[in-house]
Design a protein around this ligand. Structure first.
Ligand code: SF4
Ligand code: SF4
Length: 336
């Protein structure tokens, strides 16, 4: 099983503090990445850094998310007699209703393969720990990001909307996890910065959409304008949504005819050509291939299109926001 090590993501690498044990250890193993990563680390705050009001909204949302990360895992309530008092179907209905009540627009249940899980954690206190989640049953959900606000990309108003979505989807994950724990089941929330899952891959399995050229999940009704969350659990769900995806929903075909995101990407991070044409066919079980693929976003490792994370992140640093131009221009889901 070929799984992605979260420590190789650009987000993990750029969190490493020069001089720390983790930094020294990582770049001892990956010396070829050190110079370019160090250069990214030292770039200035970005052209929109002066917008203190919006930047404070973004930073405060991420600080809040960081503060609630320790709540993502948690114990099931010891007394579980209520498990027997409510049917599986009723619990499923309750989970779905709760997700929608708290703002989800898409919801699915799936049994995930190990390829949806990172092999090793790369962020926060769990850095370097193997992912050994015993549960394959998962609830996956998405919130919509407002089209008008996303259209401000790459300005900070877009990033405010993205962080608002991260917060909403984390709250949904927490609520569903607490709900299941209340009923005596084990449940773990996967959210920004605290996820054992490659969320777009998991959402694809759950039938919420498919990964497109942009490297993000393209959903039938909202295109890439969603943020994803998930809960893994030992709750024995009886219904799974993976087959519910509309047969007509085929982003690969659509993206093959559309390259708008690639043309508008200021970092040239989105490929015009599919991987088979360029020879990049995803992670292979060789050290050389793994090194070559380090800058590919994990959710695109099995996709025909590989996103160059480093090139994208350099643009984020330049703007001081998460750019988002590709999401704002993508027509998928808008004219279906
Ligand atoms: S902009 Fe076009 S090519 Fe890019 S993800 Fe959207 S539909 Fe696909
Ligand atoms: S966020 Fe910006 S730089 Fe990154 S892939 Fe999208 S358009 Fe390109």
């Amino acid at each position: 099983m070929n799984r992605f090590d979260e420590r190789d993501t650009i987000f993990s690498r750029l969190e490493l503090v020069p001089g720390s044990k983790q930094y020294d250890s990582y770049y001892t193993n990956r010396p070829e990445l050190k110079d370019t990563d160090d250069r990214l680390r030292t770039l200035s705050a970005g052209v929109y850094a002066h917008d203190r009001s919006n930047m404070a909204r973004i930073d405060s949302a991420f600080r809040f998310l960081k503060d609630i990360r320790p709540l993502a895992p948690g114990p099931a309530k010891a007394e579980n007699s209520s498990q027997n008092a409510i049917s599986i179907k009723e619990i499923e209905q309750g989970l779905h209703a709760a997700a929608m009540d708290y703002g989800a627009v898409l919801y699915g249940q799936a049994v995930l393969g190990l390829e949806c899980f990172y092999s090793v954690r790369g962020r926060g206190p769990a850095y370097g720990k193997p992912v050994n989640n015993p549960h394959r049953n998962a609830l996956i959900f998405a919130v919509e990001m407002n089209r008008g606000k996303i259209s401000h990309a790459p300005r900070p108003e877009e990033a405010v909307e993205v962080t608002r979505a991260y917060v909403r989807v984390a709250v949904i994950g927490m609520i569903l996890s607490y709900f299941l724990r209340e009923l005596g089941y084990e449940a773990r929330c996967h959210m920004d910065g605290e996820s054992e899952l490659i969320l777009p891959a998991a959402a694809q399995v759950a039938g919420l959409g498919k990964i497109g050229r942009i490297g993000l999940l393209l959903t039938p009704d909202f295109g890439p304008r969603v943020r994803l969350g998930a809960v893994t659990t030992n709750f024995p769900a009886a219904s799974f949504s993976g087959s519910n995806l509309n047969e007509a929903h085929q982003p690969a075909d659509y993206c093959a005819r559309c390259d708008l995101c690639a043309r508008r990407c200021p970092g040239k991070a989105i490929p015009f050509k599919a991987a088979l044409e360029t020879g990049k066919v995803g992670l292979q079980n060789t050290t050389a291939a793994k090194k070559a693929d380090t800058n590919v976003a994990p959710e695109t490792k099995n996709s025909p299109w590989k996103i160059e994370h480093k090139a994208c992140f350099a643009i984020w640093k330049k703007f001081g926001t998460d750019c988002g131009i590709c999401v704002s221009v993508c027509p998928y889901g808008e004219a279906q």
